[in-house]
Design a protein around this ligand. Sequence first.
Ligand code: FES
Length: 325
Amino acid sequence: MDVYTKCSNYATDTCPCVLAERGQCVECSMCRGEDFCTCTDTVSFCIQQELINHGGRAKPQRQSMRCEVTYVKEMDDVFRFIRIRVPDPEAFIHLGAYVFVRRDENPFFDVPISVLYEDYSSGTIGLFIQMVGIKTECFRSIEKGDHIYVRGPYFNGMQGRGAVGHLRDGRAAVVCRGIGFMPSLHVIGALWRNHNEVDVYLDWGKSGRELLEFFKNLQEIHVTEVSLCDGKGELTEDFDRVVAKAEADGVGLIHLGLSDYLLKQAIGRIEETDPHHRKAISCINNSHICCGEGICGACTKDLGADHTVHLCKEQLDLYEYGRLL
Ligand code: FES
């Protein structure tokens, strides 16, 4: 399968990274030792030249920072909402931003969490933590004033960053189910900042209604309630109605905050109504991120004998992404 991908780390402060140093850059064909440059760069950043400028070594990579917890809300037995003070909240504004957090000294406990929003006035970012295993269990007893380790930000917490970033003075539809709503809050904020009208459709899913109400009210989001999943786990006609309304309203982008199973169906249904892919779509990235650096292989998908995609770093065409799920 020939799929074009783009590295979400491209041209950031940490590019070139260790992958370029080892001849495995996901963006630069020359760094991979190929004969021709296949770069489609439009920001005048040559990874190979940067690598040469740095003596063939990667730039300094993200390090864990010890950050103060300034607010804790116990949502229920399983969920915690926390705010932490970070040195530079502006760095977290980028679409798809996520961080690795842990309370333990041991970096094996690093767990990736999407940034819900950043607050410049208090210098904090908001994180929502679901306690589902040994890595997150230690957050059960977290209190205001505690310190946690934070590594990041990384930028591939969503697919379709370009589509969201390019929509200005337009209209978007955001369709979410359950806790897929949380990582979508950052997207809604970005769309608002670019003066877009945003229609939010929310299926409460299996998450407690109170939980999602809290975050909805936190950002003063008006939502239309929908039921997106039937008893057999299939997308309902409500979704088709949302897509038809989006088409009638001239919506330029549909963002999907759904589980992979529903996401695959949703992308397929949008493609049925729009076979020429005129409508932009974006979605949350549910891949199993472990190192976040393109090294461990936990998030990879094989596209054929010689092309492996690292979903912790690479941005794909959304319709191709849907086929991979
Ligand atoms: S999470 Fe390790 S390679 Fe992507």
